[in-house]
Design a protein around this ligand. Structure first.
Ligand code: NAI
Ligand code: MG
Length: 499
């Protein structure tokens, strides 16, 4: 299963970027941490150190928030026209496209994902997101409102939609640059200024993006990027009294801490958290599509997607056929270093993540689950674990209830649409879901009843900047993408004049 072809030739800009310790971006300058400390980012395909990065903590966050506040209140950014903001975002998208290969290589080295995924999936999605929001900048408007007060003709009332202010954004490691774009693009389109904290496992592409942001011409202090650990830099940002809004993507556990930290100054909060998404295959589905679709639903990005279709429900009459088919799909996977173009499955992101996934595999085994395929980590350097399909599971098992965030799917047979609906909704999460069937009535009836922020029908993991994305229940607060994200980054002001 392991691959051995020659790795991609690294661009000279990539080797240069990795050679020297990376600094943080505060107020338009690249600076070291106040403490002088640095931390290591690892290559998950070898476990070796890839780069050193300045380690931001509370005092660096404080400086970054001050820079963001100054840029928001008085700098050039405070006066810039909406159209000009759009041009800057569009310019940034062009620069990202011009550096696709470099960014893809950095992303693959830092995160582990296959180079083709970075090139064709992640990096193009990043420039698309900036272009989508470039188009919003001059369409963020209020309305005029007819009052019913006595002498209504003596009033002129309207709303203004204004940027919320200084925004803190904390992002995860599974789609590092994509997550940076989901956060930055709507905030900047709305006119906010930002302090972004990338994940400690994958800080590199966000820092390269910072250079492109300066090159595009964004004024100093509009985007500040402070790499560092969650418990220090992240916690300081979430608790900071001069941050007006915090946006977070990551674990539900940390989402709760962010919400608590935000209560001191009651900053606005949006959270995109974990999932345990049901993927439902009916016997009347086009199985030629449903089988590879269900394999991709869980195994894409090594299972490290908040939307991963990690609970596969299959109607009894086709259960064996679908499970065998999904298991068969995994045999086509070439598990190897992401930077090797032959690999289409990479390592998981870190030693901690490998141990977490293996811990779940052990727990499943102890509880009596059976691996139809996979089930073990690879005996080689790096953080490789086999794509795994577990059967003989029941709804009480940890592997069925908890987010594994690795290439592990649990498969459960069902009889009727009513049965599967109660199974599917039996979770603390509510991020995504999917239904595979040729019966459009059944599909849309189920779509209305699934408690999830996204329902895919006869497809999976289709994202688009116009599709609002977010969670029901413990999968989060708020919706990102499209105009919904503009709402997250703006305040509505009512102006009422007696004329
Ligand atoms: P995490 O939630 O700890 O990390 C995500 C981000 O939050 C990182 O930037 C981290 O530095 C920051 N962070 C951590 N603790 C913080 C704190 N106390 N205050 C402020 N920021 C903090 O996730 P982790 O530990 O990397 O992964 C654990 C599990 O979380 C995964 O196994 C998976 O189940 C889930 N997860 C979900 C993601 C999603 O996309 N919904 C993404 C990453 C992880
Ligand atoms: Mg790394």
């Amino acid at each position: 299963m392991a691959t051995t072809t020659a790795p991609v030739q690294l661009e000279s800009s990539v080797t240069e970027f990795l050679r020297i310790p990376r600094k943080m971006l505060i107020g338009g300058n690249w600076v070291e941490a106040v403490s002088g400390k640095t931390f290591e980012s690892y290559d998950p395909s070898t476990g070796e150190v890839l780069a050193r990065v300045a380690e931001g903590a509370g005092e660096d966050i404080d400086l970054a928030v001050k820079a963001a506040r100054a840029a928001f209140e008085k700098g050039e950014w405070a006066k810039i026209s909406p159209a000009q903001r759009g041009k800057l975002l569009w310019k940034l998208a062009d620069l990202i496209d011009q550096h696709t290969e470099e960014l893809a290589q950095l992303e693959t080295l830092d995160n582990g994902k296959p180079i083709m995924t970075s090139r064709k999936g992640d990096i193009p999605a990043v420039s698309d997101m900036f272009r989508h929001y470039a188009g919003w900048t001059d369409k963020i408007s209020g309305s005029t409102l007819p009052l019913s007060a006595p002498e209504p003709d003596k009033f002129f009332a309207y709303t203004r939609r204004e940027p919320v202010g200084v925004v803190g954004q904390i992002i995860p490691w599974n789609y590092p640059l994509v997550m940076a774009s989901w956060k930055l693009a709507p905030a900047l389109a709305s006119g906010c200024t930002v302090v972004l904290k990338p994940a400690e496992q994958t800080p590199l592409t966000a820092l390269r993006l910072g250079e492109l942001i300066l090159e595009a011409g964004f004024p100093d202090g509009v985007v500040n990027i402070v790499p560092g650990f969650g418990e220090t830099a992240g916690a300081a940002l979430a608790a900071h009294p001069d941050v007006d809004k915090i946006a977070f993507t990551g674990s539900t556990e940390v989402g709760r801490l962010i919400a608590k930290a935000a209560t001191a100054n009651l900053k606005k909060v949006s959270l995109e958290l974990g999932g345990k998404s049901p993927n439902v295959v009916f016997a009347d589905a086009d199985l030629e599509r449903a089988i590879p679709g269900s394999a991709a639903a869980i195994f894409y990005n090594q299972g490290q997607s908040c939307t991963a279709g990690s609970r596969l429900f299959v109607q009894k009459s086709v259960f064996d056929r679908v499970i065998d088919g999904v298991a068969e799909q995994t045999k086509k996977f070439k598990l190897g270093p992401g930077i090797d173009p032959a690999s289409n499955q990479g390592p998981v992101v870190s030693k901690e993540q490998l141990e977490r996934v293996c811990g779940y595999l052990d727990s499943g085994r102890r509880d009596g689950a059976k691996a139809v395929v996979g089930g073990r980590k690879l005996d080689r350097p790096g953080y490789f674990v086999e794509p795994t399909v577990l059967v003989d599971v029941n709804p009480e098992m940890k592997v069925v209830r908890e987010e594994i965030f690795g290439p592990v799917v649990t498969a459960i047979p069902f009889d009727s649409p009513d049965d599967v609906l109660s199974f599917a909704n039996d979770t603390a999460y509510g991020l995504a879901s999917a239904v595979w069937t040729r019966d459009i009535s059944k599909a849309h009836q189920l779509a209305a009843k699934l408690k999830a922020g996204t329902v895919w029908i006869n497809c999976y993991n289709v994202f688009d900047p116009v599709l609002p994305f977010g969670g029901y229940k413990q999968s989060g607060w708020g919706r990102e993408m499209g105009f919904d994200a503009i709402e997250l980054y703006t305040e509505v002001k009512s102006v009422c004049a007696r004329i």
